[in-house]
Design a binder for this molecule. Structure first.
Ligand code: ADP
Length: 728
């Protein structure tokens, strides 16, 4: 296994998953230091590794096995030596994490392999039987690249972390910019790919964005300045323009951050600063997503090469809609390399199309929210936004996007404070474009939320309130209780004519326990909070032999516990879905004692808050301590409300914005068509759609308030495979 090309955060999680999965499958596993160059160098650059060699690396940025660019590997002579080095160790299966360059190089190597081995045998550099023993080189590729520029996977390893770094910077810049009413031009990485620029513009609440695939039309300078002026007039205090490093105009002339700065400074006559983020974007601890997603693909890539037969076609192992997705490697590379050519040739429509439909959609969504000066059609409706259920990061982001998209469609947008009870109490206010400025990255819920659902006796008052405020449609942004309220009211609504308006549920809850949508908004932020807290915890324990039982939220849904376990490299997770049994706890204790005695320093268990009624976190800790035999001590760690707080992660901001834009358009269409559906947002093959609210009763286990089908439970075997060293 090797990492090559530009480093990317998350590569270590791939290394860990590949090494452990392959060992678990009975393979002898080697890592190659310094990428493809290490293959050429051989010697101690190619190292046999054990289960423990990859302990505690998942949280580290970069790649612990090193990476390099290699001129030697570009030559046949270099690859000949590389082949000799591999055969010397009996290696004929390779997992490579890198960019399109590394993957191409590896595939060239694979196609030459039989010829290289024949030559090596002829010249006596390897024994004559080796070409027969190693007839094929089997390879699998994983894309490590912060740019998210590869066709064939939704996300590349490192892109989500890079977005985290960019958003941290933009949040910091926005606060200082707002204090001085200043403008910043921020340059982000992406020579041919506008992913980071576009998503950071959405998640960072920028005014304008320039990306390589979609150069601005002639006269963009006027448009940009007009937009900035209109935003200021509507109450914005800061201006942020994002420029991808490879941005050009429609004639292919580079648009530099300095050039954009000059335009703004000249025309607006104000202080404009440039920030070029540079290598900061590559650095730092990987995000929660880059840990669990990289673990999934690493696991799959190892199985791919271990199980491959002689006719194996090289595969790219990526993800599609949160599932591992395989694509023929060179087909993906060829399609990826086509995009810069399309941009070069000025075929921007094709370049955008190559990025996939949701990329184009996000460009439209951004345009819908960034412009305060849109000519909205008149005669709009009155659409209310209300929260329900527990607090979750992303609620403000969703309201902001809903309000702005609503305005762009000509609607009057109403914010309801204090959930449904607030509506009854008349806490309803018009929200203007500028009222939600700065909400994109704010944790908490400015409108407030409540877990309590309304009683049937209150429905009449609710319907009167809807009538009094002339509400034509409602966007309900929240968690299980919000959906439950919709379901209960829907059953009664024929008795209240005023409730004959469309309503749509938008999933925002850290628990990820709603039907229709696989990763509710807020869950990614909570996972990142968990990962950050556990990173600290692990460091604190390094001096002793200690077991931690970390209790995470999620109500009866184990999503945060399992994904937290995958992302932090926990040894054990306890879920309500599985229950907790004494026999298993006995096994856990035996395992803990043995492994601590063998030198382990840390045992990490993650327990869902409702994993078991009797075996509470406290009981588990006492049990583990009582049975430790002095081999280790035990500490509980209840993360608590930390998980609900915090500013929304980039992923949660982007998706909150996307879903809110969809939601308001959906309501708008319903109102225009005279329909009164009550639904919730869902996905079908990755496309946004809606499902009728009455389906919730079929799709949900109402006792445990979680979906009957939970996709992520399918990841449990990966958790188990990576946590415990198989007995040899
Ligand atoms: P990335 O993998 O991030 O795209 P590069 O394009 O620099 O990074 O490629 C990394 C390394 O892969 C190169 O230094 C080189 O050793 C090898 N490589 C790239 N393209 C080829 C090729 N066509 N043939 C052989 N080796 C290649």
């Amino acid at each position: 296994m090797l990492t090559s090309g530009g480093d990317a955060p998350g590569m270590n999680a791939v290394v860990r998953a590949v090494v452990r999965t392959a060992i678990g499958a009975g393979a002898a596993v080697y890592t190659v230091q310094e990428g493809l160059q290490g293959l050429v160098d051989g010697g101690d650059r190619i190292r046999r590794v054990e289960w423990g060699s990859v302990s505690s690396i998942q949280h580290r940025g970069g790649t612990v096995i090193g990476t390099a660019r290699s001129a030697a590997f570009r030559t046949r002579e270099g690859r000949l030596t590389a082949a000799a080095n591999l055969v010397g160790h009996g290696i004929d299966r390779l997992v490579v994490v890198g960019g399109d360059g590394s993957l191409t190089g590896t595939d060239v190597f694979r196609s030459e392999w039989p010829g290289l081995l024949a030559e090596l045998a002829e010249t006596g550099r390897i024994d004559s039987g080796a070409p027969e023993r190693h007839r094929h080189l089997v390879i699998a590729g994983v894309v490590g690249s912060i740019d998210n520029d590869m066709v064939g996977t939704d996300m590349t390893v490192g892109a989500d972390t890079a977005l985290h770094r960019i958003i941290e910077a933009i949040d910091a810049l926005s606060s200082t910019a707002a204090s001085h009413q200043r403008s910043f031009v921020v340059e982000v990485m992406g020579r041919h790919c506008g992913y980071l620029a576009l998503m950071s513009a959405i998640a960072g609440g920028a005014d304008y964005v320039l990306i390589p695939e979609n150069p601005p039309a002639e006269g963009w300078e006027d448009e940009m300045c007009e937009r900035v002026r209109a935003g200021r007039a509507a109450g914005r205090r800061d201006t942020i323009v994002i420029v991808a490093e490879g941005a050009t105009d429609r004639d292919g002339n580079p648009l530099t951050s300095q050039g954009v700065r000059d335009v703004l400074a000249d025309r607006l006559g104000e202080d404009v600063r440039v920030t070029i983020l540079g290598h900061v974007q590559r650095g730092g601890a990987p995000s929660a997503y880059d840990r669990w997603m990289s673990t999934l693909v690493g696991h799959a890539a190892a199985l791919e090469v271990v199980n491959a037969g002689p006719e194996h076609e090289p595969q790219l192992i990526g993800v599609e809609h949160n599932r591992v997705h395989r694509t023929p490697l060179m087909e993906a590379v060829a399609k990826t390399r086509e995009v810069p050519r399309l941009i070069e040739a000025g075929d921007y429509a094709a370049a955008m199309a190559a990025r996939g439909p949701s990329f184009t959609q996000m460009v439209e969504v951004f345009e819908g929210i960034a412009r305060a000066d849109q000519e909205a059609p008149s005669g709009g409706a009155r659409i209310a936004v209300v929260h329900g259920g527990g607090l979750a990061p992303g609620m403000n982001t969703a309201v902001r996007a809903a309000v702005r998209v609503g305005h762009s469609l000509g609607h009057t947008m109403l914010g309801v404070t204090g959930s449904f009870q607030g509506l009854i109490d008349g806490q309803v206010e018009e929200l203007a474009w500028g009222d939600v400025d700065g909400w994109v990255g704010m944790g908490g819920a400015e409108l407030g939320t409540r877990r309590k659902t309304l009683r049937v006796e209150q429905y009449y008052a609710l319907s009167r309130a809807v009538e009094n405020h002339g509400i034509d449609g409602v966007l309900v942004v929240g968690g299980h209780r919000a959906y439950e309220s919709l379901l209960a009211m829907h059953a009664e609504r024929d008795r209240y004519p005023a409730l004959g308006i469309p309503a749509l549920g938008l999933p925002v809850t850290i628990d990820n326990n709603l039907p229709g949508w696989e990763t509710s908004i807020g869950a990614d932020t909570a996972l990142n909070e968990i990962v950050t807290a556990v990173d600290r915890l692990k460091q604190s324990a390094m001096a002793s032999q200690r077991a931690f039982v970390v209790e995470v939220m999620g109500r009866y849904c184990g999503y945060l516990a399992l994904m937290g376990g995958l992302a932090t490299g926990a040894e054990r997770v306890y879920l309500n879905e599985d229950g907790v049994r004494l026999a298993e706890l006995s096994q856990d204790v035996a395992h803990m004692r043995a492994s601590f005695k063998a030198g382990r320093r840390l045992h990490l268990a993650i327990r869902n808050e409702h994993a078991s009624e009797g075996y509470t976190t406290d009981v588990l800790c006492r049990l583990f301590a009582e049975e430790s035999g002095g081999a280790y001590d035990v500490r509980p760690m209840v993360l608590g409300h930390l998980q609900q707080g915090g500013n929304p992660s980039p992923f949660d901001r982007v998706h909150a914005t996307r879903l809110a834009a969809y939601g308001v358009r959906w309501l708008s269409d319903q109102i225009a068509a005279g329909r009164q559906d009550w639904s919730f947002i869902a996905a079908r093959d990755g496309e946004l759609t809606s499902e009728p609210i009455r389906l919730m009763a079929d799709l949900t286990d109402m006792t445990f308030q979680r979906p009957r089908e939970q996709w992520w439970l399918g990841l449990k075997p990966i958790m188990a495979a990576l946590a415990t060293e198989p007995e040899v």
